[in-house]
Design a protein around this ligand. Structure first.
Ligand SMILES: Cc1cc2nc3c(=O)[nH]c(=O)nc-3n(C[C@H](O)[C@H](O)[C@H](O)COP(=O)(O)O)c2cc1C
Length: 306
């Protein structure tokens, strides 16, 4: 890495670099650990985890789109108890860095209970509260689109944990800064944005929606400018660290997201096209920093604002 310092901090937690595989595109690390040493990563965000095990939505639940993809996985996961019992010990073997625990829920109480159970899991240094999943009908989506509901989840989680809580916001709102402010006022330590944009496709032959769930979440390169704009707006609206996410697929994109205001950056759909991508982005980042004339990558955060 030479002369460039890639370390960043998120609400007091230091990461060795700003590159983080996004929730739902990296499982609990097992499959990717077979491909490369995960310790090159700044952190990783595990799959959205709920109280009960979930099979998710019926297939088809993935569709290709120009410059991206739709998914309607529906929070498939083994449930928080199984994750703590089986995945956490395995993660400790394959990765010694910061784990971001992505927490799903269908009620305020469920979010709080899941977070309480993670309190003693030392490696989960940050809780990322998904109030933005577009694919579960009674779930996160309803909390993330209403400032009062978003604040309610934030407060409940705040009450049960000392770990930094990052609320993960949905772009499917008319003013994301309103939700961001509500979370900040309710005690969030940071924000993660964006989750996927609600979309759909229709199969011309069958004249039916391609996804069994009818709608799904759009992500990948096509959403990058939308995500960047929202990170920009939220950076201006609240004084909280931001994890920027949406359409990132190169070290240049990471730099751009940081210039808009992100302190660290998550990479989702791009992992599914190239499973080595996060590693390649970490390796390319020092050179991008040199070209931009910065000795510390953290200097980029918000630098595009006057
Ligand atoms: C297949 C898939 C599954 C996802 N599952 C989750 C999830 O469980 N929890 C969550 O907060 N976000 C989930 N997301 C959203 C991503 O973490 C990310 O916010 C979004 O895809 C935008 O980033 P990208 O364009 O880099 O993919 C999922 C995305 C994809 C593509």
């Amino acid at each position: 890495m030479g002369d460039v310092n890639l370390s960043v901090t998120l609400a007091g937690v230091t990461l060795k670099n700003p590159v983080i595989p996004a929730s739902g595109t990296f499982g609990y690390g097992r499959e990717f650990a077979a491909l490369y040493d995960l310790n090159i990563l700044g952190a990783f965000a595990w799959k959205g985890t709920t109280a009960q095990p979930r099979d998710g939505n019926p297939p088809p639940r993935i569709a290709e789109t120009p410059g991206g993809m739709l998914n309607a996985i529906g929070l498939q996961n083994p449930g928080i108890d199984a994750v703590i019992r089986e995945e956490v010990p395995n993660i400790a073997r394959i990765f010694q860095g910061v784990v971001i625990a992505n927490v799903g829920g269908f009620s305020v109480e469920e979010y709080a209970e899941n977070c309480r159970k993670l309190e003693d899991v030392e490696q989960c240094r940050i809780l990322e509260i998904n109030i933005s999943c577009p694919n579960v009908h009674a779930g996160g989506r309803n909390f993330g689109t209403d400032p009062k509901a978003a604040a309610g989840v934030t407060k409940a989680v705040r009450g049960v944990t000392r770990k930094p809580i990052f609320m993960k916001l949905t772009p499917n709102v008319s003013d994301i800064t309103e939700i961001a402010r509500a979370c900040a006022d309710a005690g969030a330590d940071g924000l993660c944005l964006i989750n996927t944009l609600l979309g759909m496709r229709i199969d011309l032959k069958t004249r039916r929606p391609v996804l069994a769930n009818r709608t799904g979440g759009l992500s990948g390169g096509a959403v990058f400018p939308v995500a960047l704009r929202m990170v920009w707006d939220v950076y201006e609206a609240v004084r909280l660290p931001i994890i920027g996410c949406g359409g990132v697929s190169s070290a240049e994109d990471v730099a751009e997201m940081m210039l808009a205001g992100a302190s660290a950056v998550e990479i989702g759909a791009a992992n599914l096209r190239n499973p080595y991508l996060c590693k390649e982005v970490v390796e390319a980042l020092p050179d991008v920093c040199r070209r931009l004339g910065v000795a510390n990558v953290a200097e980029l955060t918000g630098a595009a604002h006057n």
